[in-house]
Design a protein around this ligand. Structure first.
Ligand SMILES: Cc1cc2nc3c(=O)[nH]c(=O)nc-3n(C[C@H](O)[C@H](O)[C@H](O)COP(=O)(O)OP(=O)(O)OC[C@H]3O[C@@H](n4cnc5c(N)ncnc54)[C@H](O)[C@@H]3O)c2cc1C
Length: 251
């Protein structure tokens, strides 16, 4: 699979939107039919290209949210709308089932988790940075893998949570998966702490101790990723085991 994934990455493919659903009031999952999709590893992304009637083109990267193989052979992306953005509002608010977009990938060979990696896994996501981490959670479940996973998910408010129901279900059903939420602007009722940004205490309490030598995946806005990675290193995690993906912008 890996070889076909690499050889296929430079080909633009016409993907058809088979379905779309809202994950939150501002984030939408697109379920895509992609002919001859070569398969992908959790953590990889695709490039999406849009072409206007006058020929103007815009291109952005989106992580693949789904694991492979997908039960219906689809590829899923989850896009968070940025109100002042050029591409994301089109993908969240305008695209409909039956529309076509161009897609190239899968891309990326470093920010990936393979079920043959024996180490415990620490996933740290900020905002839509949870998307490729969700692909890893889904892939672990699909493979019946036993490596313990901990996800620390930083999000502005409970309403902004992506995959809330699925994560709740997976924590119940997928043995060895734990999820901890950090709310930065508004917490649920009766939450034990005030809104706060990700900090040493959160990673110390809800991550793995460095002695466990976990594989760490950190993804989100650039400043979020840098903060979380710095904390991991300060806590004693081996920098070689910390993989990061920056989505751009600031948290
Ligand atoms: C490898 C990779 C994977 C990605 N995966 C996803 C994904 O799964 N889901 C997703 O929603 N996005 C993802 N992104 C971000 C995505 O590529 C776009 O940057 C994002 O959708 C904004 O594009 P836009 O055209 O709407 O905004 P733009 O018109 O490009 O930018 C509008 C404004 O928003 C700022 N901005 C740009 N990107 C971000 C950001 N990520 N956070 C905060 N501010 C930003 C810009 O500085 C600018 O001020 C990924 C990025 C990378 C590099």
């Amino acid at each position: 699979m890996a070889r076909t994934a690499v050889s296929g990455r430079l080909i633009w493919r016409a993907a058809t939107v088979a379905a779309a659903h809202w994950e939150s009031p501002t984030a939408r999952t697109l379920v895509l039919d992609v002919p001859d999709w070569p398969g992908h590893l959790p953590g990889q992304h695709v490039d999406v290209r849009l072409t206007a009637e006058d020929g103007y083109r815009a291109q952005r990267s989106y992580s693949i949210a789904s694991a492979w193989p997908h039960p219906e052979g689809k590829v899923e992306l989850t896009v968070q709308r940025l109100d002042d953005g050029e591409v994301s509002p089109y993908l969240t608010d305008t695209v409909e089932a039956g529309d076509q977009i161009e897609l190239r990938g899968p891309v990326g060979g470093w920010f990936v988790w393979r079920d043959t990696q024996p180490a415990p896994v620490l996933l740290i996501g900020g905002g839509s940075g949870v998307v490729p981490l969700m692909a890893m959670v889904r892939a672990r479940s699909m493979a019946g893998a036993k490596q313990p996973f901990r996800l620390i998910y930083s999000v502005r408010t409970p309403e902004d949570l992506l995959y809330a129901d699925e994560l709740r279900r997976r924590v119940r059903d997928d043995a060895g998966l734990d999820v901890h939420y950090v709310y930065t602007r508004k917490t649920p009722d009766n939450w034990p702490s005030e809104p706060k940004r990700i900090d040493v205490a959160a990673l110390n309490t809800y991550g793995w101790p460095p002695d466990f030598a976990p594989d760490c995946f950190v993804c989100g806005p650039t400043t979020f990723v840098e903060t979380a990675a710095d904390i991991l290193v300060a806590l004693g995690h081996d920098p070689r085991r910390i993989r990061t993906e920056r989505f751009g912008g600031t948290s």
